[in-house]
Design a protein around this ligand. Structure first.
Ligand SMILES: Cc1cc2nc3c(=O)[nH]c(=O)nc-3n(C[C@H](O)[C@H](O)[C@H](O)COP(=O)(O)OP(=O)(O)OC[C@H]3O[C@@H](n4cnc5c(N)ncnc54)[C@H](O)[C@@H]3O)c2cc1C
Length: 224
């Protein structure tokens, strides 16, 4: 897919940073002149002695390239991005990745856990709306970009094991994991599934999809 790979290395300046929710930080780099990407792609941060990948949330035309990170206690990049001074330069490589919207085909089902919602935020910002979105979170706080997603996709179903704390305006709530929803709620059919999140969800959801929706297409972004 040659059109997706015009990867380059460059430096980008940290322009802003804010807490979206407890434990979830959004950070923005100034978009370098001429930098282009397709919604759903990610950048690789070339740090001193290690590398980390983050999915771009912003639309390609925006002046900043935005990301969100679930801050891991003791995590290397988590710590560095919290401490970095505004104006710091980061060496990055990209754009990278093939987790991009494939166009209207089978009904689309977007499945995210936590900050795995990032590529779907980027899809929505670029006008992709015909999808069912399942967002799995531990707490109501994890419903990042809720207003954008409520306005952009229908249905937008929040999967949470203790739903009592969530105000229902505009969203549907399912008391269980995203994989439980796929197992027992989603009607039989042929879909285009897009899965993004940590490896346990990807593994469990893939097993359900293979078992129940065998003719479907499956696109995966595994956060590890
Ligand atoms: C293609 C791609 C795109 C990605 N995009 C994003 C993104 O947009 N947003 C994002 O938040 N992450 C994203 N990730 C994951 C990200 O690259 C890092 O792995 C993550 O942020 C942890 O990095 P760290 O250096 O802070 O922690 P590390 O030093 O790598 O990890 C510290 C410890 O915490 C654990 N850990 C790390 N993160 C979590 C977590 N969220 N929940 C539970 N345990 C955790 C690790 O397994 C490890 O044991 C992406 C990964 C890939 C491969």
């Amino acid at each position: 897919m040659g059109h997706l790979s015009n990867e380059t290395d460059f430096f980008a300046v940290l322009e802003d940073r804010r807490w979206l929710a407890p434990g979830i930080l959004e950070f923005r780099l100034r978009r370098p002149e001429g930098f282009a990407f397709i919604p759903g792609q990610f950048l690789r941060f070339m740090m001193d002695g290690y590398q980390r990948e983050y999915t771009m949330l912003s639309c390609p035309e925006a002046q900043t390239i935005d990301f969100c990170i679930a801050v891991a206690a003791g995590g290397r990049f988590s710590t560095e991005i919290q401490q970095a001074r505004i104006g710091s330069r980061f060496q990055v490589s990209g754009p990278l990745g093939h987790f991009v919207y494939q166009g209207a085909g089978n009904p689309a089902v977007f499945v995210a856990t936590g900050t795995g919602v990032a590529p779907f935020v980027a899809f929505c910002r670029s006008g992709v709306a015909r999808a069912l979105l399942l967002h799995g979170v531990h707490h109501a706080d994890g419903l990042i970009y809720r207003n954008l997603l409520v306005a952009a996709v229908k249905p937008y179903i929040v999967c949470i094991r203790r739903p009592a704390t969530i105000p229902e305006d505009g969203i549907e709530i399912y008391a269980g994991r995203v994989t439980d929803y796929l197992k027992s709620e989603l009607a039989p059919g042929t879909y285009d599934f897009y899965l993004c999140g940590r490896r346990d969800m990807i593994r469990d959801a893939t097993a359900v999809i293979d078992g129940r929706f065998g003719d479907s297409r499956l696109f995966i972004e595994n956060y590890g």
